[in-house]
Design a protein around this ligand. Structure first.
Ligand code: ZN
Length: 189
């Protein structure tokens, strides 16, 4: 269903390039997928504020809670909205700024070797069916390109930054997601 071009862009997807990235370390092997959630304002869905945040054009006066986002420079590789629409901000080959201070099995700075996918959502609000479907399809595509992203290397932000982060939260159904990955694999032969 999806393909990744030589520059590390997903098709079909909307491409909304962010300046918030840098080069991965030269010896980096991409072998971790980090699942996040985000909504701006928190718990409100359907606006363009996340895209604006990731492209440094969010008006921090647009909502009282946005004041804390002033001068924040963040991004993710992908955002999957409530309707399953996918926007890519950073090429997979580049280092997006989604994980922050983080550690996976003793390896620090997970941004160096991971891909970050944001689900439009909140920790305790059920994700949509189409979000699970698209996330699973994209994950399978990423696993073909980056074979190091084995099932044990697909984690929530909360697992690599447990003192700071709770996303994707208890609403994310890991069993359902992982089951979709296995059925997608079977379907692909
Ligand atoms: Zn996160």
């Amino acid at each position: 269903m999806f393909t990744i071009d030589d520059d590390g862009w997903l098709w079909p997807a909307a491409h909304c390039p962010s300046a918030n990235f840098n080069e991965r370390p030269v010896d980096a092997v991409i072998d971790l997928l980090v699942i996040h959630n985000i909504s701006l304002p928190a718990g409100e869905f359907g606006g363009d504020f996340v895209q604006q945040l990731f492209t440094n054009c969010l008006d921090c006066k647009a909502h009282p809670t946005f004041a804390e986002l002033e001068d924040l420079r963040v991004s993710a590789h992908l955002l999957i909205d409530r309707r399953g629409r996918i926007t890519q901000f950073v090429a997979f080959s580049q280092r997006a700024w989604h994980a922050g201070v983080s550690s996976f099995h003793g390896r620090e700075n997970c941004n160096d070797f991971s891909i970050g996918i944001e689900l439009e959502g909140a920790d305790t609000v059920p994700y949509t069916e189409v979000q699970y479907q698209r996330l699973a399809a994209v994950t399978k595509t990423l696993q073909r390109r980056y074979p190091g992203i084995v099932p044990a290397h697909i984690v929530g932000h909360c697992e690599i930054a447990p003192l700071r982060k709770t996303d994707p939260g208890p609403a994310f159904d890991w069993m359902r997601f992982r089951h979709l990955l296995t059925t997608a694999a079977a379907a692909a032969g």
